[in-house]
Design a binder for this molecule. Structure first.
Ligand code: FES
Length: 108
């Protein structure tokens, strides 16, 4: 088991998401979207869309990106970069890893 003191990573809940699923989780006091890309990798990004500051919760995961459920902006889950309009600015993407049955996130 990794410890937060040793690595900077903190627990972000169970690694129990199916491929292409996401959910809002609180990590170290921040709202994040934890998602499992269709590549099987867990990702964590800021929970708020940069377009109109509405929540990304409920956004569809496509490959390794997430689509905002409000106006359709698409963000890369790996980097937080904008991949599709109407957003112009990216969102924060956080390093992740899986340890046993738990997702760990480095909240930066
Ligand atoms: S709030 Fe996300 S695209 Fe508009």
């Amino acid at each position: 088991m990794l410890t937060t003191e040793a690595t900077g990573f903190v627990a972000a809940g169970l690694a129990n998401l199916a491929l292409g699923k996401s959910e809002a989780r609180q990590v170290a006091g921040r709202e994040m979207i934890v998602a499992r890309g269709q590549d099987g990798v867990y990702y964590a990004v800021a929970a708020m869309c940069s377009h109109a500051a509405l929540p990304l919760d409920g956004g569809r995961v496509r490959g390794t990106s997430i689509v905002c459920p409000h106006h359709g902006a698409r963000f890369c889950l790996k980097t937080g970069k904008v991949l599709g309009p109407p957003a112009h600015e990216g969102i924060m993407a956080y390093p992740t890893r899986v340890d046993g049955d738990e997702v760990l996130v480095w909240p930066l």
